[in-house]
Design a protein around this ligand. Sequence first.
Ligand SMILES: *Cc1c(COP(=O)(O)O)cnc(C)c1O
Length: 354
Amino acid sequence: MEIRIEKANSLKQKPDFNKLGFGKYFTDHMFMMDYNEKDGWHDARIVPFGYIPIHPASTVLHYGAEIFEGMKAYKSADGYQMFRPEENLKRMNDSAERLCLPTLPLEIFTEALVKLITLDYEWIPESVGTSLYIRPFMYGNDESLGVHAVHNATFVIILSPVGSYYAEGLNPVKITIESEDVRAVRGGTGYAKCGGNYAASVRAGKRAAERGFSQVLWLDGVERKYIEEVGAMNVMFKIDGKIITPSLTGSVLPGITRKSCIEILKDWGYTVEERLLSVDELISAAESGKLEEAWGTGTAAVISPIGVLSYLGVNHEVANNKIGTLTQKLYDELTGIQWGLRPDDRKWCLKVKV
Ligand SMILES: *Cc1c(COP(=O)(O)O)cnc(C)c1O
């Protein structure tokens, strides 16, 4: 597919790359492409970053037909590299299928990413821990209020240089186990990366923050008994030498960081159990001292050590509220591969020369 390129007349002033934070600054250009049933995907274009006009009856504004992805590009000596982008497309297509949005071929997705990032290459920050966050998203765009599978959609990619998630180094976080709100139910959209899941989850996060916790740990939506994930990250526990992570039951988001950690841990000789883990089993492991480490996994933070788990008003310390040895080792290995500092034996990175 031909991608039309309309360059910005003047380039923006770049922010201070030492004070980027997360998702606050955007590059000079964005990718857009439209879909309708007659023409399929068409009018692929890279245009100056800016507002998107939208019809007031557009499906996304009323019925939440929106899916997204989150990935990163890292600067390398002669260009940049992306971490497993084909996995993001696979997941986006699974999300699209669930929300009756159109799927996207890998060739178009990859070409759009490479052309856009290469054009805005100067926006990729360099120092350790920083990266160019990539946010592909798609929304239903029918101009009518009927509720049905969408006939028109728009796919967009925007780019945002982001700072190190851990400005003060890797720090353990305090997590509270949420016993009231739920994030997702089986048969619902838990496995899809869709905006609606987030809209419904912020209340619990807000209440947790008011009580001094940085994230909530979600329980399953039916029995409120099994561990699902933590905030917008998957979660793993080291219990009695083994690694346990909730299985992908349909209400858990299939994280690419999760999948990568499982492969690395197995290569290191660990037993990794993907299974149902009840909150009672977890808390009794914490009480008996068998819960050795706990961490979240996701693209933004990569690995997030958990120092305190709170359940029904009782705080349980994990690994003495310090970073566990294995947690640190996983963080070093995964970020080492992503930043191009360690060998990428599994060929996970897509390298692009500029
Ligand atoms: C994106 C996301 C994750 C992490 O997925 P990664 O592919 O590892 O970034 C986990 N949980 C939720 C709810 C998410 O939206």
